[in-house]
Design a protein around this ligand. Structure first.
Ligand code: IMP
Ligand code: MG
Length: 384
């Protein structure tokens, strides 16, 4: 069966590790959304790698960056170079769709300029040019990978984009072409046969349509986009919804269960909650059951996977948001009042208090937690 792995919160749920675990029973790992804003931390044996564009997985897998993904060629090439030290044959197993949208220095500059103009209302983007790449593409002035096969055509397109964006630098096309040269022979839509694992990015609450707009990313994060974004079909698939035993968020926007002050700092330290892409401290808070229920329903999740369960070990009490004063409305999440209940903490994951915590989540979200992950390595996970 095929699988789709998505994050049920605001990203950084530990999808990379879960994908790596599930990759053993799939042939293809396919990225269908997001771009270098993503940061999936994966351990290959003892070596830690943060994947921004390359799908997670192992030396057994074929990797496909499909058309729904935004590509920054420099990031992609440096990631390939890095991972080639572990998997020297990586390039032979990698395919990048020619339809992928290309992030240029113009979009990165626009991202920063828009954020600066927004001032206190800024989104807190990763600065990777995500939003402007999507909007330039929607305006039909963006660059796609297929544009790079023809130098003169590319130069015309870059000139137009620069003119429309009031961007002065003329050397962009040459730089793009020289990066493209390194990856050119892998730019093709492959024939995909065998079990597919679709690797989601960010989290459901950052989806531009279903999340906390305008504090969202700009490519869809929901599972149904796996098919639109990749152009692939699946006869039979399961959706895996990954969430942390608590909640984090990077950037601005509503976060009803956020913990401020020392307690928040403590959780951040315990969970090493610093952005994998930008290094920013992540905002930390308690688990939010109505939020998880909303995200699971929107995603039609089949199985839940809890990560970082061990981070809460030894806390005297653990907060759980059990309800809101009104039905959840993602774009208006900030105006809802959460009710947070404190349950007794647990010493370790064998404790009955932890079993109660698990049951409360399963009961509320009406789905089974199939795996519990309790550390970064592939072995530190148990099936229930
Ligand atoms: P953008 O995707 O860079 O435009 O950022 C939009 C919002 O999504 C910001 O709040 C980012 O912090 C957040 N975001 C984007 N990618 C990730 C991710 O991989 N993990 C967590 N937050 C992310
Ligand atoms: Mg991340």
């Amino acid at each position: 069966m095929d699988s789709i792995v998505v994050g049920l919160q605001w990203g950084d749920e530990g999808k990379g590790k879960v994908v790596q675990k599930l990759s053993r029973s799939h042939k293809w790992i396919v990225r269908f959304s997001g771009g270098p804003n993503a940061g999936h931390t994966v351990y290959h044996g003892n070596t830690k790698m943060v994947h921004h564009l390359l799908p997670s997985g192992t030396n057994e897998n074929f990797l496909f960056i499909s058309r729904g993904t935004l590509v920054d060629l420099e990031t992609l090439n440096s990631e390939i170079k890095e991972i080639s030290k572990i998997y020297p044959d990586i390039k032979e197993r990698l395919f990048v769709s020619p339809y992928c949208r290309v992030i240029t220095p113009i979009e990165k500059w626009q991202d920063g300029a828009i954020e600066k103009t927004k001032g206190k209302n800024s989104v807190g983007t990763t600065g990777r040019g995500i939003g402007p790449t999507v909007s330039n593409d929607a305006n039909r002035v963006g660059i796609r990978l297929f544009d790079l096969f023809d130098q003169n055509h590319l130069k015309e397109k870059v000139d137009l984009l620069a003119e429309i964006s009031n961007f002065g630098d003329q050397s962009i096309a040459d730089e793009l072409l020289s990066q493209f040269e390194k990856i050119k022979d892998r730019v093709l839509d492959p024939k995909v046969e065998g079990q597919i694992l679709f690797e989601g990015t960010q989290g459901i609450m950052l989806d531009p349509m279903y999340g906390t707009y305008p504090y969202v990313t700009s490519t869809p994060t929901i599972p149904s986009f796996a098919f639109y974004g990749s152009g692939l079909k699946s006869e039979k698939y399961e959706v895996w919804g990954v969430f942390k035993a608590y909640t984090t968020r990077v950037g601005s926007g509503p976060f009803p269960t956020e913990i401020f002050g020392e307690a928040g700092d403590d959780l951040r330290k315990r969970g090493s909650e610093f952005g994998a892409t930008t290094g920013r401290p992540r905002r930390c808070g308690w688990i939010d059951l109505p939020q998880l229920e909303y995200a699971s329903n929107i995603s039609n999740v089949d199985h839940l996977v809890m990560t970082k369960a061990d981070v809460l070990n030894g806390l005297e009490k653990v907060g759980v948001c059990i309800s809101y004063d009104k039905k959840i409305i993602p774009y208006d999440l900030g105006s809802l009042k959460p009710t947070i209940e404190y349950v007794k903490g647990w010493k370790n994951l064998e404790s009955s208090e932890f079993a109660d915590f698990i049951s409360a989540i399963e009961h509320h979200v009406r789905r089974r937690i199939k795996y519990v992950s309790y550390g970064p390595s592939e072995e530190e996970i148990f099936q229930r």
